[in-house]
Design a protein around this ligand. Structure first.
Ligand code: PLP
Length: 434
């Protein structure tokens, strides 16, 4: 008999109560796709026809979002490939609360249209009182594009040769800036640029002077750079891309510039990212001179770069809320980490060891800062099975061992890490790398 005949029909499989319940959560199309894939496997003989519903249930995504939640045991706090900052519970709640209709552009008191996201803007302005005005766009790159378009399209941006940064995945700030029609006027050298270098390049074609924080590299040795304060008397705006988005100085991160300090030093406009050290949603923050920010805000391009209500909600909750997971991970107490890791070791046994390790900020911030940490060390062969497990657990391989650093794992998820490791140890692939 043709095995195709024995594979249950889609409608019949969808009657399964587990799949009907999943339809409410994930939508019919997603559930149906899982059923169709399972039927296909049954037709190819990979699956018993009676197991189609079970296989479809097993293959359902955890969420409808198309992104799988993962446990970040890499010891990299802002991991670009894992979405940089993990949002605080307050920010996550704010997103849910804003997901229906909201007063994002309406003043409920007057019933009139109001400035979009004004609550978020007020929170940002309150966090940085040195800023005359603030605005929020899609990300740091968008903030730079907006500034370059409005202030320097068809004109020149004066920038040091030591600050021509590649931010990652092949994207380079000089290319980004020139894509707006601005021309870069490079000054100084890779290792040394003086205020006089900038001054000599200023002319009628100058749009602004740009200072870029080299957030993902350090040049050492015979070096010097002009500070913001030295560049303020040149008669053109000074725009500072501080990168990682600290709003105020942080004693843990002495080499990272902050928005308040940069404005006080005399910058006319500060550009920063929302999802780096600030620990919020992806966003580009623009803070500075009121007239300047207002010009950016009213430019047609601003409409193309505007942020969603969900971002506005998460950003406000991050600014006003309790400490973020990023902040907490950067300050995790090594002794607590050691005892959590020891407990994990006791649970998984085998050839796992507790070892001292080093965590980093990652994500283009504080490249030199190392954080003393502890890790569970496992044979490297565990890496793939843990990564492809459920939930996926991401560690990092160092000198032939897989290290699991709990610094960025919520303590409430420690048991899940233990279960994942035990599942690999007891599974068919227990052998690799041992
Ligand atoms: C990260 C970074 C950017 C880009 O910001 P995104 O929010 O990733 O677009 C720009 N400049 C500097 C210095 C950065 O560190």
């Amino acid at each position: 008999m043709d095995p195709r005949r024995r594979v249950p029909r889609t409608d019949a499989v969808l009657e399964d109560p587990r799949l009907r319940a999943a339809e409410d959560r994930l939508g019919r199309a997603t559930v149906k796709a899982a059923v169709v894939a399972a039927q296909q496997r049954a037709r190819q003989g990979e699956l018993a026809p009676a197991a189609v519903a079970d296989a479809a249930v097993a293959a359902l995504p955890v969420t409808a979002g198309g992104l799988r939640p993962v446990l970040n045991a890499t010891g990299v706090v802002l991991h670009t490939n894992l979405g940089r900052a993990a949002l605080s519970p307050a920010a996550a709640e704010a997103i849910v609360a804003a997901s229906g209709y909201t007063d994002v552009e309406l003043d409920l008191g007057t019933g009139r249209r109001a400035r979009r996201g004004r609550g978020t803007m007020a929170a940002l302005a309150a966090a940085v009182p040195d800023a005359g005005e603030v605005h929020v766009v899609n990300n740091g790159a968008a903030a730079l594009v907006l500034a370059a378009t409005v202030l320097a399209a068809g004109r020149e941006i004066v920038v040091s040769r030591g600050e021509m940064v590649e931010i990652g995945d092949g994207f380079r700030l000089p290319d980004l800036l020139e894509s707006t029609g601005a021309r870069l006027r490079e000054v100084g050298t890779t290792n040394r640029t003086s205020a006089a270098d900038y001054a000599a390049a200023i002319g009628p074609r100058t749009g602004f002077v740009l200072k870029v924080h080299p957030s993902n590299f350090v040049v050492r040795g015979f070096t010097s750079a002009a500070g913001i304060a030295e560049l303020t008397g040149l008669g053109v705006p000074v725009v500072a891309d501080i990168g990682s988005g600290l709003l105020r100085p942080d004693p843990l991160l002495p080499d990272e510039p902050d928005a308040a300090g940069t404005l006080r030093a005399g910058a006319d406009l500060v550009v920063a990212s929302g999802d780096k050290l600030l620990g919020g949603p992806q966003a580009g923050l623009l803070l500075g001179d009121a007239d300047l920010v207002e010009r950016l805000r009213r430019h047609p391009l601003a409409r193309a770069l505007r942020v969603d209500k969900l971002t506005l909600a998460a950003l406000a909750a991050t600014l006003g809320g309790p400490v973020t997971p990023t902040w907490a991970a950067l300050r995790a107490d090594p002794e607590t980490l050691r005892s959590r890791t020891q407990r994990l070791r006791d649970q998984v046994g085998g050839d796992a060891e507790v070892v001292a390790s080093v965590a980093v900020v990652g994500g283009g911030g504080a490249p030199e800062l190392t954080l003393a940490s502890w890790s569970l060390s496992l044979p490297a062969g565990y890496a793939e099975s843990l990564r492809t497990g459920d939930p996926p657990v991401l560690g990092r391989v160092e000198r032939g061992r897989l290290l699991l650093d709990l610094r960025c794992v919520p303590p409430s998820a420690d048991a899940e890490v233990a279960r994942a490791v035990l599942a690999v140890a007891g599974g068919p692939s227990a052998g690799p790398g041992r």
